[in-house]
Write a protein that binds this ligand. Structure first.
Ligand code: FE
Length: 180
């Protein structure tokens, strides 16, 4: 990973002199993470037809993940029930839930409460939708009556990314940089 070198510490300013906790995990910096048209296309992990994600942080210790979801097809994407909270930051395109009357638009913010079931739709006139999602816990794919038909969590995302990065030549270990 490349990072821009930072300016020198200003005169008269003291950095923290103490020790960081012995068990602290490594910080994580992704330069240009939101430069949506830049970067290695291989980082986008195919999920279903026209749908892929790019991991930013896969928290196996706290059971959440932060990723960019990219959708290049219109229509119903999935119906799912969240066990934990979701924070959504739409960056391109628009989407909505059949169960709500609001539309998620570029540079907005939406909170999805734990326990909610909803059906994600991308409008017909949207060629590409990209949203940064911070997803905690599991979401369960359900039928219209709420019967479970599948699920996603940080571990399914991690496995999919590991498999994909191996296939495209980045190596299975590439995904480890996103894991905390
Ligand atoms: Fe959702």
């Amino acid at each position: 990973m490349t990072t821009t070198s930072r300016p020198p510490t200003p005169n008269g300013v003291e950095p923290f002199r103490g020790k960081q906790p012995a068990d602290i995990v490594e910080d994580l910096v992704i330069t240009g993470a939101l430069e949506l048209d830049e970067g290695d296309e291989r980082l986008w992990v195919p999920q279903t037809e026209g749908v892929s994600f790019r991991p930013l942080l896969l928290s196996v210790t706290q059971g959440y993940f932060v990723n960019l979801l990219r959708v290049r097809r219109a229509g119903v994407l999935s119906r799912h029930r969240h066990a934990g909270p979701v924070h959504a930051f739409p960056l391109r395109g628009r989407w909505y839930y059949l169960e709500h009357d609001w539309v998620a638009t570029t540079f907005g913010y939406a909170f999805e409460p734990p326990g909610e079931t909803h059906t994600l739709v991308v409008p017909d006139d949207v060629d590409e939708m990209i949203t940064l999602f911070h997803v905690t816990g599991t979401y369960v794919y359900v039928d219209p009556d709420g019967n479970a038909v599948g699920y996603e969590d940080v571990f399914t995302k991690l496995e999919a990314a590991r498999r994909h990065y191996q296939q495209v030549g980045l190596g299975a270990d590439y995904v480890e940089r996103y894991v905390r």
